[in-house]
Write a protein that binds this ligand. Structure first.
Ligand SMILES: Cc1cc2nc3c(=O)[nH]c(=O)nc-3n(C[C@H](O)[C@H](O)[C@H](O)COP(=O)(O)O)c2cc1C
Length: 179
């Protein structure tokens, strides 16, 4: 069975939940999936990798940056995909050129492209539920409540399905015929 690692870096938990949804979708397509923090992961003994991070101030979080660097030799020889999570509100729905500069970690994308990444996607993010510090608190205060969580679960699962299809996975059939 194809072994897939979904590794993530998340400060306030919302990217971790995206990674879990991706892992769940891949599992439902019959893949053997491990989902864990990029801090505690490596790409040893897996057949494919998905690496994702929240974006803060235009950058991926350190555990994901480190993973990409430390595992580059292995990633070069594996099918792998990357995702970023961050934008919310209007920035998620209608990003301007300026917004895109902050949503897409350009250095990371270039590095991943050098290693042969199959794709990069930006998912909407979620503002912290318990903001720490002045900046986070101001962002939460200045954003209308209905825009706090821009994660589109249908989009996330559809993207995971395209990855599963590229990996040649078959939908697992639930029910008596599969037992
Ligand atoms: C202080 C701060 C800075 C942020 N900077 C960016 C940014 O540069 N680009 C972006 O797309 N999102 C940015 N965001 C949004 C976060 O990426 C978003 O809240 C994300 O879902 C957080 O993921 P996490 O819960 O996994 O930490 C920022 C959020 C905060 C609180």
């Amino acid at each position: 069975m194809t072994k897939v690692l979904v590794a993530y870096a998340s400060k306030n938990g919302s990217t971790e939940e995206i990674a879990e949804a991706i892992a769940d979708e891949l599992t439902s397509h019959g893949l053997d999936v491990t989902c864990r923090s990029a801090r505690d992961s490596d790409a040893k003994d897996v057949d494919a990798v998905i690496l994702g991070s929240a974006v803060y101030a235009g950058r991926w979080l350190r555990p994901a940056r480190r993973f990409l660097k430390a595992e580059s030799d292995r990633l070069r020889h594996l099918p792998f995909w990357i995702f970023s999570s961050g934008p919310f509100g209007d920035q998620a729905a209608h990003p301007s050129e300026e917004d895109l500069r902050w949503q897409e970690p350009h250095k990371i994308i270039s590095r991943a492209q050098e290693l042969g990444v199959r794709g990069h996607v930006v998912f909407g993010g979620r503002l912290p539920l318990e903001p720490h510090g002045f900046v986070e608190a101001a962002m939460v205060r200045n954003t209308p409540g209905e825009n706090h969580d821009a994660r589109d679960w249908a989009q996330i699962r559809a993207w995971a399905t395209t990855v599963a299809e590229e990996l040649g996975a078959r939908e697992q059939v639930e029910g008596p015929e599969s037992s």
